[in-house]
Design a protein around this ligand. Sequence first.
Ligand code: GDG
Length: 498
Amino acid sequence: MRENSGRFFVVSNRLPVSLVCENDRLSATAASGGLVTALNPVLRDRGGFWAGWPGDGGNAGARSVRQVLEPLSEERGYRLLPVMLSPEDVKDFYLGFSNSVLWPLFHDLQSRCSFSPSHWEGYLRANEKFASVVEKHARSEDFIWVNDYQLIPLGAMLQKRNPALSSSFFLHIPFPSVDIFMKMPKRKEILLFLAAYSFVCFQTARDRKNFLDCLRVFFPEMKASGRGHITKVTLREKTFLVGGLPISIDFKAFSRRGSSREVIARAREIRREIQGEKFILGIDRLDYSKGIPEKLRGFQRALELYPELRERMTLYQLVVPSRETVEEYKALKEEIELLVSRINGKYGTTRWVPVNWRYGSVSKEELAALYRAADMLLVTSLKDGMNLVSKEYCASKGRDTGVLILSEFAGAVLQLARGAVLVNPYDEDAVAASLLQGFSMEETEKRRRMNILRKSIARQNVFWWVDNFLRAASGKKLEDFPSREIPSLWPGVAEEEE
Ligand code: GDG
C-alpha cells in the first residue's frame, strides 16, 4: 500500500446508516436506497470515509453518536463521519430547497415545487456544515466524491475554505431541459456551483446535454470541446469536465444471492403464496416520481380490457417508506391504499386478490427471493435518474427467465431498451398492453431478452461505473486506492468532536 496515496472520501446527504433515538437509547439501522446500493460495495472494497447526516438520532450528542458509529465503521471497513443538522436545517435544507424545489423540478414535476427564500438560506447553511466536516478530515490528495442534488454548493465551499481540496460530483437524479430549469430561482447560482467541481457527472448523455444547454443559455461565453462521454468546459477562466455515466449494481453479488439455495427455496414458497399463474412485482420508494398510482391504474385497465387475465395474474407491490412526515407523501400513500382497495373490491373473487401490497422494507434475501419468483417486474417511473431495481431484477434471475417492463422515462432505458418491454406510464392502455405482452411472451423470447439484459448489466456493473468515473475525474483506477483501509481521524479531531 502506498503510504501517502489519496483515499476515497464520499459525501452524501445521508449516511448509509440511520440513527434512531428511542427511550434515550441510540441505535443504528442500515439505510436502503439507490445511492447506498451503488456506493457501499465500492467503499467496502477500498475503505475510506463516508460523511453524511445520520438522521434525527444524530441530535443525541456527538459523544453518543461516535460511540455507535465507531464499531459500525470497523464492521463496514470504512469510516462513517456524521454531519449534524439542526431541526431548522432539516426544514429549510432537506424538506425545503432539496425536496420541495430541486427534487420535483429535476423530475419535470414543476407544479409540485414550492419556493421560499428561507429554503435557499437553509440550503447554503447546511452545505457549510458539510464543508466544515469534510475540511476537517480531508487531505489534498484524497478523492472527494460529492453525491447528489442536496450538496451542489459543497465543492465551491470546500475550495473557498481550502483551495487545495478539489472534488468531483455525481448527480443521481435527472437534469432537466432548459425550459424547465429556467423556472428555478437561483438557477445561475446552481450552475456556477456545479461549474466549481473539477468533474461533474450525470447518469445519461441526455442529462449531460441538458446541463450543457443550460450553461450555454445562461453563460453564452462558455466554451465546450471533446467527444464521447466527456466534455471539457471552460467558463470564467476555469476548466472542468462534464460526463454522463450510468450508475449500476454489483452484478455478481446480486447474481450470487439470487442463486443461493435459501433464496431459491424462499422464491418457491412465495410462488405458492401468491395466487394466480403470473406474479408481477413492483418495488418502489414511496415517491410521486415512481408512478405507483399510474402502475395501479394500468394494471386495472389490463383487467378491464383483457378479461382473460383475471384470476391469472397478481400484482405484489412493495412500497418502501420515504419522507413520511411530508403531507404530500402521506397523501400519496392514501391514494395507493384507495386504488388497491378499489381494484380488489371490483375484480377480487373468493380465490383471488388481484393486488397485494406492503408498506415497509424487507431484507436483502427476501428482496432477492421476490425478484427470483417474479414473472414480470413492472417499473412505471414518471422520471427516474436510473432505476437500480430494474437492474437488480435481471441480475437476481439466475437461470430463470422473466420480463422487465420498463418506463421510457427511467435513465436505465438507455442501456436496457433492447431487452425490456418499454412503456409510457402516462398511458393506461399502453401499460395494460405491456402486461398482456409479458403475460403471453414465449419462453424462448423471454430467455433471449433476459440474456441481453444480464449481459449488459454484467458488463457495465458498478465497478465499471466507478472505474470510468475515477478515470475521467482523476486519471486513477479503482485499484490505485488503498485496499480496505479505515483511516484514522486527524490527531486532535477526535478530541475536538467530543
Ligand atoms: C436514486 C434515484 C437512481 C428498495 N426496497 C428495499 C431495498 N431497496 C433498494 C433497492 C435499490 C434501491 O433501494 C432503490 O434504488 P432506485 O435506483 O430504484 O431508486 P432511488 O432510491 O430513488 O435512487 C435513482 C439511484 O438513486 C442511484 O443513482 O437509480 O434514479 O432516484 O437498490 O434494492 N433494499 C432492501 N430492502 C427493501 O425493502 N434491502
